[in-house]
Structure formats: C-alpha cells, structure tokens
Design a protein around this ligand. Structure first.
Ligand SMILES: [Ca+2]
Ligand SMILES: [Ca+2]
Ligand SMILES: [Ca+2]
Ligand SMILES: [Ca+2]
Length: 489
C-alpha cells in the first residue's frame, strides 16, 4: 500500500484568514497486470529423436503489480502432446518421444502443441499463456521390412506378362509406404514394378524343366529423413514354386505292337504291356476303343490280355486269327493312341465235350492236352517224300496192270472175235468167260488194296490234340479237334 500526505492550505479572501491542513492518502494496490513472460511463445523445430529431458528453453515471467510478483507456471497438454513435455523450474523439457512416425501427428503437421500458463498471485489472478509449438523433423530410423507370404505358387501355364504376385514391404518411418522395389542385378524371368511391387513373369514356366525359382527383392525407402540422401534398404528372398499341370500328353513308344499267341492261352494272362510315360507324372489309363476287340481283349493298367480263350471249332465258333486292337492311353486330359496286332495260332482248342440232356452232370473239360506229339520237320519231310514215292509207285503199278489188261483183254470185241466165238463151241466160250471174270476180280481187289493203303496212311498221320472226360460214362478220351475223331482211354 502506498501512502501519500498532502498539505492543504485554505485562504478566505473576504475574511482574510487562512489555514493549513494535512491530508494523508492511502493508495491500495489492484492486480491489474498479467504476468509478463519471456519468451512469449515457444516455436521450435527439433528432430524426432530428441532425447527425453532435453531442454527446449526457459520461460521467465514477472508481474508488474507490486503485490503480485509471484508468478507460477503450469503446462497444459492437448491429446497429441500428452506427457510429451514437462516444466522444471521454468525450463521446458522433452518428457516423451516426439515421434514423427505417427499417423496422428502427421495430421497436425508433425507439430506438438502445448501451453504454458503463467499465473500471478494477486487477488483476482491474472494469467498469461505461452504457446508451445514444437515441430519435429523426420529421421530415417527403420529399414523396410517385407511382409509374407514369401513362397509363391505359380501354375506352369502362367502366361508371360502376368502378375504372379505383389510383394509388400512396410517401413516404420512415415510415410510407411515410401518405398521403391527392385530386383538386385535384375532377373531373366521376373521383373517388378518399383512402385506397386507387382512381380511380373516375363517368360514361360515349365514344371518339367524347373520347379523352383529363388528371387531376391529389395525395397529402398525415400523421403523419410530431413536429409533426403539418407535411405535404408530391406531385402527378402522369395521362393517361387511352379505348380505342375497336366500339360503334356502321354507318350507311347512304340505306338504299334505285334504279338503272336496260341489259341490255348488262358484268359487274363498278359499278352503285352504298353510302354507309355507321362512327363507330368499323371496316372495313365488304357482303354480299348475299337469295338471288334473290346469283347475279346481287356486292359489291366497298361497290360493287354485276352478276355476269354479262343475257339476254333470247325462248323462251330471259329475266331479270327488276327485282331487289331486300338488302345487309347489317357492321362485324364490328353490321349495317345496305340495299336496292337494280335495273331492267334489255332494250335489247340477247347472243344466242348459231347452235349447231353443230362442236367445232373454237365459236360466238363477236365484237361486240355497242352503237349502232344509234334513231329520234327525232317520227319514230316521224310514222310511226305515217302508218301509221294508210294503214290508214284502205286500209280505206276496201276498203269502197268491196266496196260497189261488192255493187252490181254480187248474190251471191244471185233469181227475176228466174233468169228473166233463162232468157231468155238460152248465149252470154249465158258472158259473164256471165266477168264474175264477172274481179270475183273483181280482189278477190283487191286483197287481195294490201293484205297486201304491211302486210308491207313491218313490214319497214321492223324493226331489227337485234346483230352476230355465223357460226362455220362466218366471215361476219358482223346479227340481230334478238326475231325472229331475220338479214342477212348
Ligand atoms: Ca525408414
Ligand atoms: Ca522416423
Ligand atoms: Ca500329362
Ligand atoms: Ca506338367
């Protein structure tokens, strides 16, 4: 409180008197001045890596009011700057990380704001606010990091120019996607979009040639530091696996087969096996496609076998001796055709036994003779030559007899004969008749001998090629499948 003393004199002109009075004035102080602070505002630019406790400046405040010289300082944060600053003895310090790499702070132009409030101690306190605006500058702190998957599956029929995948990397520094992608050293088969990370195929794939590719992709950041030359790099190995597709047809080598079998070959026994492969490793199936062979042959995998035995019974079932079997070998999508020529030798046959009306014991072939007498070639040749000589000899003999007969007996009686007959008596004529009859008997007997000889020769060459049981008598017998001849055992 200020006190003032006034000396007041008064004069009375009319009365000529005067007087003096002392007046004391007490001036009461009023809080009329807000604190005055220096600086009045904090506008700073600091790196985002400014460490905790770092001083950003000191604020000093005074109060013009006589009775209000005590000024207190407080700090008021906002949502973004909560706990980012602190005041210690008027010193503004960094209290938390002033992160540049936050989406929230990016929306505030990377500026942390706070307010220092200076309050005097007078009645009806007055305050002064000191804005704090701290702008952080970027520091490139982090390497780009790729995010998976790092194994890419690509079908082998992917066309050149296609995008096989899009690689993606992130960076801990804002802007998090400020990256450029590249393939160090380049690649003959793949290329990459440096901005979007699309990985392009610029050639063709073939699982049958190469199944796996390994590719290094790197990402380099930019504009993440106040010094634009500061860049960081991240790299990642990618594995590109080629997916196998059924893009190759089966290959059969050879595509044509020939096989000769005996007609006695049991059904189901392999005749031949196709030699087929598939580059894709697909399972192969074989199907007989021509209708004529479907009923007679079957495929078990790639193996061809007969569906049933062949029959060559004269006058009955008589199969063909050559079959053309067309087989389609498929991998499920593609087909390769193969043809097999099967020649059947009707060597033996399964002739059914004598049919019977007896139903209690049906005919049953017990044994088919697989081994039978088969003369050697030289023996057949000798027998043939011997037979030829025998026939020639027989012919010559017949010719000689006929010649002799024609000399001794003239079948056409001429005039001399009639004259002779007329000159002979009855007894002589009877003798001559007896002689003619004798000659005819001899010739007949000779013809019979020749026929018998031929029959014996044929029988001697006959052979039995099968054995069966008679269902009625139960007896076994040999039979000839061509003639039906039997021989009971
Ligand atoms: Ca970075
Ligand atoms: Ca940063
Ligand atoms: Ca295939
Ligand atoms: Ca393939």
């Amino acid at each position: 409180m200020e006190r003032g003393v006034l000396l007041v004199r008064a004069f009375s002109v009319s009365e000529g008197r005067r007087g003096t009075a002392t007046v004391t004035v007490n001036v009461l102080d009023v809080n009329e001045h807000a604190p005055y602070c220096v600086p009045s505002v904090f506008v700073l630019t600091v790196p985002e890596t400014t460490e905790r406790g770092k001083s950003l400046g000191t604020v000093t405040c005074v109060d013009m009011d006589v009775s209000g010289h005590d000024v207190s300082l407080t700090l008021r944060d906002n949502d973004a700057s909560l706990y980012k600053f602190r005041l210690q003895d008027g010193q503004l310090q960094v209290n938390g990380t002033l992160d540049y790499d936050m989406p929230g702070i990016a929306g505030r132009s990377f500026q942390y704001e706070a307010t220092i409030i200076a309050t005097d101690s007078g009645t009806s306190t007055l305050t002064t606010t000191i804005p704090v605006m701290v702008t952080v500058t970027p520091v490139n702190e982090f390497d780009p990091v790729f995010i998976g998957p790092f194994e890419i599956l690509v079908p082998e029929n992917t066309r050149s120019g296609s995008v096989v995948t899009t690689v993606k990397a992130l960076d801990g520094d804002w802007r998090f996607d400020a990256l450029r992608y590249s393939i160090p050293g380049g690649d003959a088969l793949f290329s990459i979009n440096p901005v979007g990370g699309q990985l392009y195929l610029k050639g063709s794939l073939d699982f049958e040639v190469k199944q796996v590719y390994r590719l290094m992709v790197q990402a380099v950041d930019f504009d993440q530091d106040v010094d634009l030359t500061v860049q960081r790099t991240g790299a990642q190995d990618f594995t590109i696996r080629v997916l196998n597709l059924n893009d190759n047809p089966p290959v059969c080598d050879p595509v044509s087969y020939e096989s000769t079998i005996f007609s006695t070959r049991s059904a189901g026994l392999p005749i031949l096996t196709l030699s087929c492969t598939d580059r894709d490793g697909d399972g192969l199936t074989a199907t007989i496609t021509n209708g004529a062979a479907v009923d007679r042959f079957q495929m078990n995998g790639l193996t061809l076998s007969s569906r049933n035995v062949f029959s060559y019974v004269p006058g009955a079932v008589y199969d063909r001796t050559m079959f053309e079997v067309t087989v389609a070998v498929s991998d499920g999508e593609h087909t390769a055709d193969v043809v097999a020529y099967i020649y059947v030798v009707p060597w033996t046959t399964t002739v059914p036994t004598t049919t019977t009306t007896t139903t209690t014991k049906p005919p049953r072939v017990v044994t088919v003779v697989q081994r039978f007498w088969e003369p050697d070639l030289w023996f057949v040749a000798v027998m043939t030559i011997t037979g030829a000589f025998l026939l020639l000899y027989t012919g010559l003999l017949i010719w000689r007899i006929l010649t002799w007969t024609s000399v001794c007996v003239n079948p056409e009686p001429d005039v001399s004969d009639n004259l002779l007959k007329n000159s002979l008596n009855g007894e002589d004529l009877n003798k001559i008749g007896n002689q003619d009859a004798a000659i005819q008997n001899y010739q007949s007997s000779l013809d019979g001998t020749i026929s018998l000889s031929k029959e014996n020769s044929r029988k001697s060459l006959m052979r039995f090629d099968g054995k069966a049981d008679d269902p009625v008598s139960g007896r076994s017998y040999l039979f000839n499948s061509e003639t039906g001849e039997r021989r009971w055992l």
